[in-house]
Design a protein around this ligand. Sequence first.
Ligand SMILES: O=C(O)Cc1cc(O)ccc1O
Ligand SMILES: [Fe+2]
Length: 433
Amino acid sequence: MSSLVYQSGFCNDWATEALAGALPIGRNSPQRCAYGLYAEQLSGTAFTAPRADNRRSWLYRIRPSAAGLQAPELYEQASWSADFGSGPFSPEPMRWSPLAPPNAPTDFIDGIHTWAGNSSPADLSGVGIHLYAATADMHARYFYNADAEMLIVPQQGRLSAFTELGILEVAPCEILVIPRGIRFQMRLPDGHARGYLLENYGAPLRLPELGPMGSNGLANARDFQTPVAAYEDKDGAFELIARFGGALWRSAIDHSPLDVVAWHGTHAPYKYDLRHFNAMGSVSFDHPDPSIFTVLTSPSDTPGVANLDFVIFPPRILAMENTFRPPWFHRNVASEFMGLIQGVYDAKAEGFEPGGASLHNCMTPHGPDAQTFRHASELDTRQPQYLRETLAFMFETRRVIRPTPAALASPLRQRNYLACWDGLQRNFNPQQP
Ligand SMILES: O=C(O)Cc1cc(O)ccc1O
Ligand SMILES: [Fe+2]
C-alpha cells in the first residue's frame, strides 16, 4: 500500500493544510485568504441540523468552484440509472453471478451498472445499488455526485480516489465513503477494478449506537481514515461530470477542480478497513439478528428504522451450543441486497460467488440452502467453529428494493436460484418428539 497520510477518527472536526498557514485561524472567511486562496463552504446537511449530525467543511482553494465552468450538457451513460420503475415486480429471491470485465477501456464512471434501488434522489431518501467494473483511470475528467453520498465496496483491484479534500486508496476488504458534492477523480492502480457502489440519497452514514455493548466494539471510530489536504494546480481542457437529478451532466472546465490547498470541517471522505471490525456475537446459544454486524447506518425519520444499514459478515468464531449456527430461515419487513467480497458465505454452500449479488425483498422467505441446513443440523456444537477468510455484506433498507430491468434481464441472473431450497424435504414425524 502506498504511503498516504490519513487523519484518524470518524467525522471529527478535521483541519488540514498542504501549505503552512493556508488555513485561517479563528475565523472561516477572512477578508483576504492566505496565498490568494478563495474560501468556500460546502455543506452536507441542513445549516440547522443538530450539532451532532451537522456536516460541513470550509475549503480554501485556488479558484472558487463556480469559476471556469461552461454550462452543463447531458452526458449519456445508459447503464447508470436512478429510475427504479413503478410497475409490479416479482418478490422472488434473486441471485446474480459477477460482472465480467469490460471489453473496451472503461473508467469508474462509465463502468457503473445499476442493479437495484428504492425511492429517489429527489426525495432525499432511499438508495441506488450498483455494480462497477472498470479498466481505465478517469482521464482529464472529474466527477461529483449531488444526488448521493457514495459508499464504495471494492471486490477486486485497488481504487485511488484523488478528491478535493485529499487522496485515499482502498483495496478489497476496505470501503470508501465519498460524501455528497465532493469532487474526485478515480484511478485504478491495478489497471482494473470491480465492486459494489451504493448511492445513499438519505441522511449521511454514521456509526450505529452501541447500547448495552458499551463504549467499544463493532467499527471503532479511530479506525476510520480521512485524508490530509492535497491539491493539483493544473490549467487545461478538462471536464467535470455531475450526477444531478438522476442524470449525468458534463461541463467543460478550464482547470483541475482538485485545487483545495487547505480545508477544515466535518464533511469529508473516509476509508475503513473491514478487517478492523470487532465482531460481537452470542457466547451461549442462538444466532443473533444481523444488526449486530452493522458497520454504518443512514437513519430515517423514524427512530430505529434505517434508510440503510451497511452490515458485514466478517471472519469470526461461532461458539453457540445446541444451536443451528448459520442464519435461520426468515422473512423480514426489511429488504436485503447482499454481495460477497471473498470466500464462502455461511448461509450458502455454493452459487453465491465473490463479486456476485443476491436480493431478498420484504417478506420474501429465505435462509440457508439445503446443503448448509444438512451440514449445520449435524455439526457437533460442543466445538467452536472458525469462519476464516470470508467477507460478505448486506445493504439492508426499510423500503422494498426494486431490481432494474437490466438486472432482471441480465444473463448473469441465476434463474434456478429458488432450487437451492429444493432439497429441504419434510422431516416431520408426529410419533417422534
Ligand atoms: O439473509 C441473509 O443471509 C442475511 C441475514 C443473516 C443473518 O445472520 C440473519 C438474518 C439475515 O437476513
Ligand atoms: Fe436475510
